[in-house]
Design a protein around this ligand. Structure first.
Ligand code: MLT
Length: 210
């Protein structure tokens, strides 16, 4: 493995797993309390044969890994969110150098807290991640995004009965991501916060339409 030219401190920010596969890369970002292994089956279902870069959130809430701190359910520590978002963007760039992959072939796949940090990377670093699947994501922080993500595709999979994320919040996320210039597809499922088979099928159809 060549890590010599990569920013090793950026790379060591996360416990992570790199599984080489084809030229596509699935960046996996779990929900609260998960780890780098949680979404491996999802990567196999959505991007079979792809390389996998699976992260463990580097913030602990009790014993539960997360990708940024929160003050309460749905109330985020915005200073920590800003810091962790930069850290994730730097990690992704460093990983592309270390593992010698083409960043334009990377698809972020996030669930809940992992989808929220991915959404904030999309809003704060538009154009860095070109394709993303955000399951049960919400607005991480209000912002006025730069229209710099033309050519970026985003899929949002939302639950109509999600007790954590109000529908208006999802619609606002859709609007903010569109303001970056991204091509956004929002699909609603008859579901709560948990993922269903229909979520997977919807994301697969969307990927096939790329
Ligand atoms: C979670 O439990 O992960 C929340 O719903 C989302 C978040 O805190 O980012």
């Amino acid at each position: 493995m060549t890590t010599a030219n990569a920013d090793s401190s950026a790379l060591s920010a996360y416990v992570h797993r790199w599984i080489p596969g084809d030229e596509r890369i699935a960046l996996l970002l779990h929900g609260t309390g998960g780890n780098e292994d949680d979404l491996l089956p999802l990567a196999t279902m959505l991007l079979p044969g792809a390389s996998v870069l699976a992260l463990r959130g580097n913030v602990l809430e009790g014993t539960m890994p997360r990708f940024f701190r929160r003050l309460a359910e749905g109330v985020f520590d915005l200073d920590d969110l800003a810091k962790r978002t930069t850290q994730l963007a730097d990690f992704v760039r460093a990983a592309a150098t270390a593992y010698e992959f083409d960043l334009t072939r990377l698809t972020a796949i996030g669930f809940s807290n992992g989808a929220n940090i991915a959404a904030n990377v999309l809003l704060r670093h538009p154009g860095l991640i070109r394709q993303s699947i955000l399951f049960r994501a919400m607005v991480p922080a209000e912002t006025t995004p730069d229209r710099a993500a033309v050519g970026t595709r985003v899929y949002i999979g939302a639950g109509q009965r999600d007790p954590i994320i109000p529908a208006d919040n999802v619609r606002r996320l859709d609007e903010l991501l569109r303001d970056t210039g991204a091509d956004v597809t929002l699909e609603w499922r008859n579901a709560g916060h948990g993922l269903t088979g229909e979520d997977i099928d919807g994301a697969k159809r969307w990927l096939a339409g790329a």
